[in-house]
Ligand binder design. Structure first.
Ligand code: ADP
Ligand code: MG
Length: 238
């Protein structure tokens, strides 16, 4: 099974309990979306999973390995943020390969992986350009490319579409889904947008005020929302 196991994770900032209890078993290859209103703790959970924040308690396994106390770089995951800052002075190819170079990988291997990632994302004709010569959508694809080249065990994405205009958002959403179908990497995706959640997810985790309300596939959520909050949040008739 491997995948990712999140066991009773909680987080407080002083007296503020922003994550009260979060447990989730994610199967290898699954696309899981955490969704809920602003401030409910989605980003906090993702940062804890990435190792960017320490949990106040609980345990996280990635591929059967306890990573609770490991640094982000030792967790075999790649994070895609909403502010996909690319290095302006580097080319697209150098941006995509930057993390691998930092790791000391040989240039021929870096070039091979950058080419492959760029092909998957259809930016292989842009490798010599600088970020400022790209459209918003192309930049977002380059940001995804930086995650893909690392061939991580999982992708973590925090509102990756929120900087894009409405049209591009729908387009990029479809691209991320297609990418997931093609390479099948376990993905944990955070959004406050229920439509994004319901269209992209294998399973959706609905959160409110630091607590999980329901975990289910979109169809079940729609047919059998567990409470009124879930029903109204996803706009189910039930
Ligand atoms: P979401 O991503 O669902 O919008 P967050 O996980 O960013 O929510 O935040 C959850 C809650 O934790 C919010 O009330 C936020 O203000 C609070 N919070 C987040 N980071 C910190 C921090 N470093 N210190 C204090 N409170 C924080
Ligand atoms: Mg957030």
């Amino acid at each position: 099974m491997a995948g990712i196991s999140i066991q009773g994770v909680h987080k407080s900032y002083g007296a503020l309990n922003v994550l009260k209890e979060f447990s989730l078993e994610i199967t290898d290859g699954e696309f899981v979306v955490l969704v809920g209103p602003s401030g409910c703790g989605k980003s906090t959970m993702l940062k804890i999973l990435a190792g960017l924040e320490a949990a106040s308690g609980g345990k996280i396994l990635i591929g059967d390995r306890d990573v609770t106390d490991l640094a982000p770089g030792d967790r075999d995951i790649a994070m895609v943020f909403q502010n996909y800052a690319l290095y302006p002075h580097l080319t697209v190819g150098q941006n995509i390969g930057f993390g691998l170079k930092m790791r000391g990988m040989a240039k021929t291997e870096i070039d091979k992986r950058v080419q492959a990632a760029a092909r998957i994302l259809a930016v292989d004709h842009l490798l010599d350009r600088r970020p400022k010569a790209l459209s918003g959508g192309q930049r977002q694809r380059v940001a995804l490319g930086r995650a893909i080249v690392r061939e991580p065990r999982a992708f973590l994405m925090d509102e990756p579409l929120s900087n894009l205009d409405a049209k591009l958002r729908v387009h990029t959403r479809a691209e991320i889904s297609a990418l997931h179908k093609r390479i099948g990497v376990t993905t944990v995706y955070v959004t406050h947008d229920q439509i994004e959640a319901m269209t992209m997810a294998d399973r959706v985790v609905i959160m409110r005020d630091g607590l999980v309300q329901q975990i289910a596939d979109p169809d079940t959520l729609f047919q059998k929302p567990i409470n009124l909050f879930v029903a109204s949040f996803i706009g189910s008739p039930g």
